[in-house]
Structure formats: C-alpha cells, structure tokens
Design a protein around this ligand. Structure first.
Ligand code: ATP
Ligand code: MG
Length: 580
C-alpha cells in the first residue's frame, strides 16, 4: 500500500521532547514513530508500527527456520504458576501485580518460563515427543525501577521469548547452539552492530548464558573484551582472578592513630607520612556496608563488602551478585542501630563477634595483608592479615571492573565498553521442570526430567537500538530491511512535480518496492527535505525544480551522496538502489 504523506497519520516535531535524553528517544518521537503515554509506556504511530512489524517478521522467519513453533500466551496470568517457582515473591517490585473482582491475585507476565513448562507438560508425555522448541512474540510487563530512554527500557515492551525442551544435556547444548546461530542471523539481518558476551560467571568454562549486546555510548550494560584471546563478558559476569598470597613474614597487627582520615586518599597520605608505611590505595581494605532485602518481605540483612581501597563497589555487579536479594543503601539511621559499626573506621576484625556477614573481593586472599579500619574513631590498623586477623564468610564479585584489568582467561589487559542488551540465550537446566514436575516417559518406562533453555530478543528495544546506532545530526537512518519503506519520493514545487512524484511512486510500488511519497501541497521544499532526513528512509528521490529540464535527484541517506539523473532513468535507478 502506497504511503502518502498527504494523508499519512504523521506529525513531525522540530523540537526534542523535554523528557528525552538519548538520541533514539528524541528522534523516534520527533519523527513521529512513537508517542509517550506514561513513564516507560509508549504508543506506536503508523511508521513506527511498520518498523516494529519488520523486525518482528525477521525474528519470526529466523525462529521458524530453526524449527521453533509459534504460540501465544496471555499477558494476564494467575498467581499460582509463579507461586510454584517462587518467582511471585522473588520478582519483587518489578512484577505488576493485580487482583480480579473476586480478590484473586494476578500478574502481568514479565517472562513466561512457568507457562511454557506447564503447556508442554499438558500436551507431551513420551520421550518420543521431544525435543521441542516453542516461542512467542508478545507484550511483556516489568515495573522497571528506572524506565529509561523511551522504548529502550519500557515497562511495557515486546519480546520474543523461546524455550527449548530436551531429554538430556547434549540436547540442550544443541538447542542452545541453534538459537545462538539464529540470533546471529537475526541481528545481522537487522543491521545491528553487536557483540556476544558471557552473561554469568559460571560461563567461564562453557557458555551456559550469553548476551547479545549492541555497543552504544548510552547503553546501561558494561562489558569487557580481551583483544588477545577473544574473551568478552558483561561486567556483571567478570570473574576476578585471585592473586597469589604472601603467607609468611607479616608483622603483627598494629593499631595506628589516623586522625582526620575520612577518605582513602587522606588515609594513605597520613600513614605514609606519619607511620613510615609505603602503601597505595590498593593496599587498603575498604569496607562498604549495605542492606540486602529479601523480595516480598521487609527483612533486610546487613552485609559488609571488603574491596581494595582503589576500587568502588559497583552497584550493578552487587545487584547481580546478591540476586534475588535487593541491595539497599545503609543509611545513617541504620548506623544508629548498629553501634558496633564505627562509620569511616570499619575493619573486619570485629565482624564475627558482631554477627555481621562479611564478603570480600577475590583479591582479598588468605595471607594478604591490609591497612583497614580499627573500629575506633580516628584509628586504623596495619598488617591486618586475611585468615589470621579476620575471616570472611566468602567472596563476592562486586568491585568495579576497569579498562586494563587482567583478562581472567589469558591475563592480557581488558578493554571496557558500554552496550544495550538486545538478546539473551540461557541454558536454564531443570529448575522449571523440577518445579512443575515435567517428565517424559522413557523407553524403559522410567521418567526422564526435561532440561530447558530460554532465549529472549528485545523486539521493541531493537527499534530504539537501531535508532541509537544509526542516526546523524539530521535524523534517523534505517537499514533497508527494517525501514518503513524502501524509498521516499519527494515532490516539491508548484508545477506538476507532485503528479510526477506520485506517478513514479505508483509505478515503483507496482514493481514491488515499498514507497512513501511526499505529495503534500503547500508545504515548502525545505520542510519536505527536513522531514525526509528526519524519517530516515534509505533511498530518497527528489522531484523538484529540475523537472523542467527533465532531471530528478537521487539521494542515498546512508552515504549522503546526491546525484542528478534523467527522469527517464529514475525508475531503473531507484530499483537498482533499493535492490543493491
Ligand atoms: P536488562 O538487563 O536490560 O534489564 P534483562 O536481562 O532483564 O534485561 P531478559 O529477561 O533477558 O532481560 O529479557 C530478554 C530481552 O528482552 C533482553 O535481552 C532485552 O532485549 C529485552 N528487554 C528486557 N527488559 C526490557 C525492557 N524493560 N524494555 C525493553 N526491552 C527489554
Ligand atoms: Mg538478560
């Protein structure tokens, strides 16, 4: 169907929306692709809907190609399924919960592992039925703590989620690899620049979980990459190599007067100057107090994290490390309730007797010596040896990760970048099958517990990611596969330019192109050019003043090239440009 600007339900905006911070959000709103309804909740206008459908089509084609079968679940779900796996509670504040008129609990599905497991259990019983992979392209709901950047992080969004069901681990690995290849094809076809990174610490040996991240300055995920061995991981999943420990020759613990040393820097300067030490921030042990709340309850456990003083606790790494617990700031009033904790001078020496859980960065190995708090105002302790003067309750990957840190695989310095998660593939194993009792009857009549994988693509997010990765100062620049049309034909002028533009549009459409024609009367050429740049279709044909001389102008939105061509060649040239 020919898209005509004269009747298209579209109003472009000259100004950026006030609430928009990132380019994709500004441009998608200004170009009339989406409109905001509430925080993290957006409507799709005609051009945006076409882009969304194009992405959906590519995802669907590639899922069908690997033999996954499409189903569709409701978004409105009763509590019981999620109660059985504990996720009704574990999901915490992110879950949209509601009640029906009888007072029964419901939720809006954030992801559908439980439902798929139950569906397979209802239909299949024999080992002969397996393997099977099912998927849906459906609206998800998450009450995100920080809805952000328009459709990039929505509270309502479109996801493709698929789930594989296999009889054994090899089957699961195969399903996982098949999905991985499908995702590579999907994101290649969509024209998204992406990296595949480990998503879980457990992934060091194999690839139990990987994310597809689109590198992007505005991304919320941080990932590291090693250009020597190819290791790449989400910062949340980076494993810190433990250094060798010096286990002998440490002097006895010594308490030092360190007045007025509230910061690591002031502490280092003070002890080097007044106590004859020669340390750097990395030799100090900083103890950060947090609370970890159990979702669904008011109970919060006090947790102290020990990290070398040259590092910060990275909140996202901490969140991942304590999940499903939720880390919270330890406030001044919490200190009042814990008089044993001397703010600014906490050392791990007393934590056992205070009954407070203490987890350390993996660099704090037994036998390593530190300068840390002495649990008295104005005092620190030197030669505090892990395993001798204190014992941690375990390690935690919560310290920040930095460019130049050693690759956990080969030791080379890591680079660090930001990205947006566009897909996630995950070998779930038997967690959900266990909860639902999903078994197949084996050839010997014995039950076989099914093993699962789950795989997600952020379909609506992909629209924003493309806008984020592909735009310039003038507007959007869509790859052809997802663009709302192949070609934008712009008729400008008072003579018969609009008629000729429309004829060309109809002819190109009949030859199989998807065409948008600017056939608006009484709109200035300047406005039309600006709109065409903003809308971002890959090929633009201008039918303007040159028409009197029999020439039109062919523009490539991607390269920015402009070329005058004879009208008689216009059809063939546009076809060639769009099929290139
Ligand atoms: P994130 O870390 O960005 O919150 P997630 O790990 O919670 O994502 P998954 O549960 O793995 O996401 O969901 C699968 C895919 O759905 C993600 O890879 C992402 O592309 C998309 N997605 C997740 N949350 C949102 C959201 N709030 N808005 C848009 N897309 C989302
Ligand atoms: Mg994820």
């Amino acid at each position: 169907m020919l898209l005509r600007m004269s009747t298209l339900f579209l109003r472009t905006l000259r100004e950026d929306p006030a609430d928009a911070e990132v380019p994709s959000h500004k441009l998608l709103v200004r170009a009339g692709y989406v409109r905001r309804v509430a925080p993290g909740i957006y409507s799709w206008l005609p051009l945006g809907k076409i882009v969304l459908e194009n992405i959906t089509r590519v995802v669907r084609e590639e899922m069908n190609r690997i033999g996954a079968q499409e189903v569709l679940f409701p978004a409105l779900l009763p509590r019981d399924y999620y109660e059985a796996t504990g996720r009704w509670t574990e999901y915490g504040d992110t879950l949209f919960r509601l009640k029906d008129r009888k007072g029964a609990d419901y939720l809006l599905g954030p992801t559908h592992e439980e439902m798929f497991t139950d569906m397979v259990k209802g239909e299949y019983s024999s080992y002969k039925d397996y393997p099977v992979t099912l998927y849906q392209i459906q609206t998800k709901y998450r009450d995100e703590a920080r809805p952000r950047a328009g459709i990039l992080r929505g509270r309502e969004f479109v996801m493709k989620d698929s789930y594989s069901f296999d009889l054994d681990d090899d089957g699961l690995k195969h399903s996982y690899e098949t999905h991985r290849e499908a995702y590579i094809r999907i994101f290649d076809r969509l024209g998204i620049d992406y990296r595949i990174v480990f998503a879980m610490s457990g992934a060091m040996g194999g690839s139990a979980s990987e994310e597809f991240l689109a590198p992007c300055a505005t991304g919320e995920d941080t990932f590291v990459a090693c250009h020597n061995c190819g290791y790449a991981a989400n910062a949340e999943a980076v494993v810190t190599p433990a250094p060798p420990a010096v286990t002998t020759g440490h002097p006895a613990l010594e308490v030092l007067d360190t007045p007025d040393t509230p910061t690591i820097e002031s502490l280092v300067n003070y002890v080097n100057e007044h106590h004859g030490l020669r340390i750097t921030a990395a030799d100090t042990l900083k103890n950060v107090v947090v609370k970890v709340r159990t979702p669904g309850s008011d109970k919060a456990e006090t947790l102290i994290i020990g990290v070398p003083g040259d590092r910060e606790v990275d909140f996202k790494r901490l969140e991942a490390a304590v999940s499903p617990g939720v880390p919270e700031i330890f406030e001044a009033e919490d200190f009042v309730r814990h008089p044993g904790l001397v703010r600014g001078y906490i050392g791990p020496q007393v934590l056992k007797s205070l009954g407070i859980r203490y987890l350390v960065d993996p660099r704090v190995v037994d036998g390593s010596a530190w300068v840390t708090g002495a649990n008295e105002p104005g005092k620190h302790a030197a030669h505090v040896v892990a395993g001798r003067d204190f014992e941690a309750d375990g390690t935690i990957e919560a310290a920040d990760v930095r460019a130049g840190d050693s690759c956990p695989r080969c030791g080379h310095p890591l680079s660090i970048d930001r990205g947006i998660e566009i897909g996630h593939i995950f070998q779930l194993g038997r967690k959900y099958a266990d909860a639902a009792g999903l078994d197949a009857l084996g050839p010997d009549g014995k039950p076989i517990r099914i093993t699962m994988g789950s795989y997600g693509v952020g379909v609506s997010r992909a629209v924003a990611v493309l806008a984020e990765q592909r735009h310039d100062e003038l507007g959007l620049v869509w790859p052809r596969e997802v663009a709302p049309a192949d070609v934008h034909i712009v008729g400008t002028g008072k003579e018969n330019q609009i008629d000729v533009a429309t004829q060309l549009a109809e002819e190109l459409e009949s030859r199989g192109l998807r065409v948008l024609v600017d056939d608006r009367a009484g709109v200035s050429p300047g406005v039309k050019f600006k709109d065409s740049e903003l809308l971002g279709l890959p090929t633009v044909l201008i039918v303007g003043r040159g028409l009197a001389q029999g020439v039109v102008e062919l523009r490539d939105r991607v390269t920015g090239t402009k070329e005058e061509i004879p009208l008689a060649e216009a059809l063939d040239r546009v076809l060639a440009a769009c099929q290139a």
